[in-house]
Ligand binder design. Structure first.
Ligand SMILES: [Zn+2]
Length: 114
């Protein structure tokens, strides 16, 4: 349900952007997603295949890239970027981290035919 609503808004944003460029077909939709956004690109693709039927985005491919996670260390106070496999401060190694980002997602760019 989560991805269905998100996919609908991704589609709406993409169709508007494509219309503004007078595109006749959307080939690919590039997304930038935070590591804790809960968005699974494969699910978005699955919903898009259904939702985009009959629009110029029919058959468009989802291409997602994941952002690094920005954190602030409670031990040394510095800010840095980590990934999900190494959850520790890159400066002092503490795991007392405050999350600064990670839930965002945005439509980065479109590949279209005009
Ligand atoms: Zn630290």
């Amino acid at each position: 349900m989560h991805e269905l609503a998100i996919t609908q808004s991704i589609l709406d944003i993409s169709l508007k952007a494509a219309a503004a460029q007078h595109a006749c077909r959307i080939r690919a939709i590039r997304l930038t997603i935070g590591p804790f956004s809960g968005i699974v690109p494969e699910c978005v693709q699955m919903y898009l295949d259904v939702l985009a039927k009959g629009t110029i985005a029919e058959g468009a491919k989802i291409e997602a890239s994941t952002l690094p996670l920005r954190v602030r260390c409670r031990a040394c106070g510095r800010e840095g970027e980590i990934d999900r496999r190494h959850i520790a401060c890159p400066f002092c190694g503490s795991v007392e981290l405050q999350r600064l980002s990670g839930r965002e997602f945005l439509v980065d760019s479109l590949e279209v035919d005009v």
